[in-house]
Design a protein around this ligand. Structure first.
Ligand code: CA
Length: 283
């Protein structure tokens, strides 16, 4: 971050724009970010010790004005974030403590009988090739989740399910339907959710500590490796969220009672090793 006549700044020293965005979301959820006071001229005024020597030779501070960290550190004076951006030496202990213990939320799957989430895409290899008969597929073209929300009893939570159909690692993106030219979302709408007694539950009325089941039959066009993401968030503060992503695979869908597993060609064209099909990006 240092930049002056005798110091060269390498881009690797900076945060990425994505990381700054994540930290902003983190603070917006009421969580704390702590910054070293050496990056501020005066911690009391929370003024960034900016380096803009190209324009003003007196501005030879520690933080490059063009950097992403400058964007982050400047939030010390932004009304939306300043209460959650702490500067060492000036830390409000009680505020920090309440930020640290602030209620967050978490998805917990039922792992007792292995039905907490759809069967994971897996296979065994034979001489470097995928053995077709070893590939694990989801039964009945239906994704089933059994999960609990860990969170606060006084809050409501919403659940969303996404499938990364174009395999770009981004679950909220949209892609064009080649037939209609229309953009479609990767979010699965109208989730079928029930509580432990089997009563239907709306997606935004989930409560902490209760068990829920999602049983979602996928459209026939959902074939091959399907990376999914199950996400929950606090309906009062959508920045308080948690998600889990995994892979599953669906065979070409013909009919409810067809024994799809025995059909040799089905889905085989799209059997691609995970590392080739899907990048490491996550959102
Ligand atoms: Ca995508």
């Amino acid at each position: 971050m240092l930049q002056s006549d005798d110091v060269i700044r390498y881009s690797g020293n900076d945060l990425t724009a994505k990381k700054v965005k994540e930290l902003k979301s983190f603070m917006a959820a009421g969580k704390p970010v702590i910054v070293d006071e050496r990056f501020y001229k005066d911690a009391g005024k929370r003024e960034v010790d900016v380096n803009n020597a190209r324009k003003d030779n007196n501005q030879k501070g520690t933080v490059d004005v063009d950097s992403q960290v400058y964007q982050l550190f400047s939030l010390a004076n932004d009304d939306k974030y300043k209460n959650h951006l702490y500067i060492t030496g000036q830390v409000d202990q009680s505020g920090l403590l309440s930020d640290v213990v602030r209620n967050s939320c978490k998805i917990t799957f039922n792992t007792e009988n292995g039905t907490g989430y759809p069967k994971e895409y897996s296979y065994t290899e034979n001489g470097g090739a995928i053995r077709k008969d070893s590939v694990q597929y989801v039964d009945g073209h239906t994704l089933v989740y059994q999960f609990q929300v860990k969170g606060s009893k006084s809050r409501n939570y919403r659940v969303n399910l996404y499938i990364d159909r174009n395999g770009d690692g981004i679950y909220k993106g949209s892609l064009k339907d080649p037939a209609s030219g229309q953009k479609e979302t990767e979010q699965i709408g109208n989730l079928t959710i029930s509580d432990q007694k089997g009563n239907p539950i709306q997606a935004d009325r989930l409560e902490a500590g209760e068990w829920y089941t999602i049983t979602q039959k996928l459209p026939a066009s959902y074939v091959g490796i399907l990376p999914w993401k199950l996400e929950i968030y606090d309906t009062d503060n959508s920045n308080l969220r948690n998600s889990v992503s995994k892979y599953c695979a669906c065979l070409l869908y013909t009919s409810d009672d067809a024994d799809e597993r025995s059909s040799g060609d089905l889905g085989g064209r799209r059997l691609i090793k995970k590392k080739n099909k899907c990048g490491l990006r996550r959102n």
